[in-house]
Design a protein around this ligand. Structure first.
Ligand SMILES: CC(C)(COP(=O)(O)OP(=O)(O)OC[C@H]1O[C@@H](n2cnc3c(N)ncnc32)[C@H](O)[C@@H]1OP(=O)(O)O)[C@@H](O)C(=O)NCCC(=O)NCCS
Length: 180
């Protein structure tokens, strides 16, 4: 996975030593409430260890799960995900062929523009590496996430039921249609 840099942030692979941060972030309901069909806050630190292990074992030339840390003090602030998105259908859900971008940040670091700055870097990386389109899906209530989509130049496509067996707001970024 490529390490990426922005003015204020370093996007790098997860390390086992990051588990305290991961657990602190994902054990909070305000972080988890819009994530997954059945949102659930982490209840055990070993879940953070296993999540980091899965991220570290994920091997793909373009997609990835980045740990986002502040350059000035190396403080971890969140994560950006670039992954395949499953199509709606019978379980087990099958890949749709689309790539989705997602963001989960620790509430202590909301309201600083970090999610948009990091996500913009990952969109730029996606298009440099040859992806033609990247989508994002959010629940209708997740206005903070919708604002990130808009801030990084993704276009609202309306509501879709095509992914995750869920009704989502769909955002699209296409190569060549944004400055990156
Ligand atoms: C979605 C989420 C990442 C958004 O975080 P965020 O900090 O609001 O998003 P941004 O990084 O774009 O920051 C924008 C905010 O920072 C402010 N800001 C401060 N300094 C800034 C700067 N230098 N540049 C840009 N924005 C700045 C903006 O005014 C804006 O605040 P506002 O929305 O109150 O107007 C966060 O709410 C989160 O992690 N939620 C839980 C997980 C989740 O739901 N993920 C999405 C699943 S679809």
């Amino acid at each position: 996975m490529q390490t990426l840099k922005t003015d204020r942030l370093l996007l790098r692979p997860w390390e086992p030593a990051d588990a305290d941060f991961v657990y602190d972030m994902y054990s909070r309901w305000e972080v988890q409430r819009f994530i997954g069909l059945v949102p659930r806050a982490m209840e055990d630190r070993s879940e953070a260890d296993r999540l980091i292990e899965r991220c570290r074992n994920f091997d793909h030339p373009v997609r990835g799960f980045w740990a986002v840390q502040r350059v000035v003090d190396a403080q971890l602030v969140g994560t950006i995900l670039l992954k395949g998105i499953p199509a709606s259908g019978e379980a087990p859900l099958q890949p749709s062929g689309d790539t989705e971008i997602g963001w989960h940040f620790h509430p202590d670091y909301w309201g600083k523009g970090y999610a948009a700055e990091a996500a913009s870097a990952v969109l730029g990386h996606s298009f440099r590496e040859g992806l033609g389109r990247v989508i994002a899906v959010t629940s209708a209530e997740n206005t903070a996430s919708q604002r990130v989509c808009e801030r990084i130049g993704m276009e609202h496509q309306g509501t879709t039921k095509d992914y995750y067996n869920a009704t989502c707001e769909l955002y699209l970024a296409e190569a060549g249609s944004r400055a990156s």
